[in-house]
Design a protein around this ligand. Sequence first.
Ligand SMILES: Nc1ncnc2c1ncn2[C@@H]1O[C@H](COP(=O)(O)OP(=O)(O)O)[C@@H](O)[C@H]1O
Ligand SMILES: [Mg+2]
Length: 359
Amino acid sequence: MTGEALRLEGIHKAFGGFVALQSVDLSIQAGELVCFVGPSGCGKTTLLRIIAGLESQTRGRVIQNGRDISTAPPSARDYGIVFQSYALFPNLTISDNIAYGLVNRRRARAQIGARVKELLTLVGLPDSGPKYPSQLSGGQQQRIALARALATAPSLLLLDEPLSALDAKERERLRGEIRQLQRRVGVTTIMVTHDQEEALSMSDRVVVMNHGRIEQIGTPLEVYEQPATPFVADFLGKVNVLRATSLGEGRYLVGRVELATRANGYAAGMAVRLYLRPEDRVLPDSGPVEQMANAMRGHVLGVDFLGTYCLAAMDVEGFEGQKLLVYFSLNQALEMGVREGATIPFALRGERVRVFPSA
Ligand SMILES: Nc1ncnc2c1ncn2[C@@H]1O[C@H](COP(=O)(O)OP(=O)(O)O)[C@@H](O)[C@H]1O
Ligand SMILES: [Mg+2]
């Protein structure tokens, strides 16, 4: 499958006086898995519902496989959908739940039986057909909801926070399963999530939304490493924000410390904010830090232990009070003696620094 599967043109949505979506343009390629990610209330579900025809846009067009479906009712559109709550029919067996759309389309019984069996196997629950939804775990119910959505072999799969109601372990397992299943079936998929980690780990491309607008579209690596706006940098992970003054030619002054970066375009004297992730540092275990660019020493104010890694809050010499969060793997922290009161040499990765004008 190649080519454009879905195109949104100038989608605008107002609920009374409240603008929920503004000028949303987006093109999704066949076979892609795209996540809409952003804080609660930013318009993700509204956009998904407009694609599904469950909500009508105030302005703009929805084009699916070259066909303008802007005003088509849901029944005339080609998609399967899964919501956060499992939404299986409690009084129907698992098999009948999956068969629901096929029965509606008056497929032959033998054909339906074979398809249900195939789908049960696809989602890894081959023996659950005779059971009822209440006999399955949350994760199993979501697998069935997925099978039901795929039953009619739609060309588009829409998922609205399908993992949000699950516990952490189950959520992680299903992430991988959905991704694998999506690749195997090849169905173009849009998933809504407020969880940045989920979006980064599952997507071919991430659509970062805020206040009814798209802030950035890109691969997970692009949006994480090259955020287009402070909002994207902040939303997609931990980030240090440092007040600085431009010295011109990619050099910046933080307190009394001069940093070399690759971020040009800010005239000398301009007040800016430097954005730098806690992992964008070089530690002495990869060579003598003192000889590197942007070398510094940090006094550890405190360490947040987060399992496989730690975040150390540092008071950096010369930063004049601006604190820096620095990431260490647990082993690095133990080997280097990263604990409250310790002084740790390290260097910042200047090439990773993003610069934005001061607000
Ligand atoms: N039917 C509606 N009537 C009025 N406001 C709505 C309606 N549906 C959604 N909204 C508002 O639109 C905004 C976006 O909602 P939604 O798309 O559900 O956000 P998200 O899914 O990103 O959390 C929210 O402020 C929400 O309150
Ligand atoms: Mg929502």
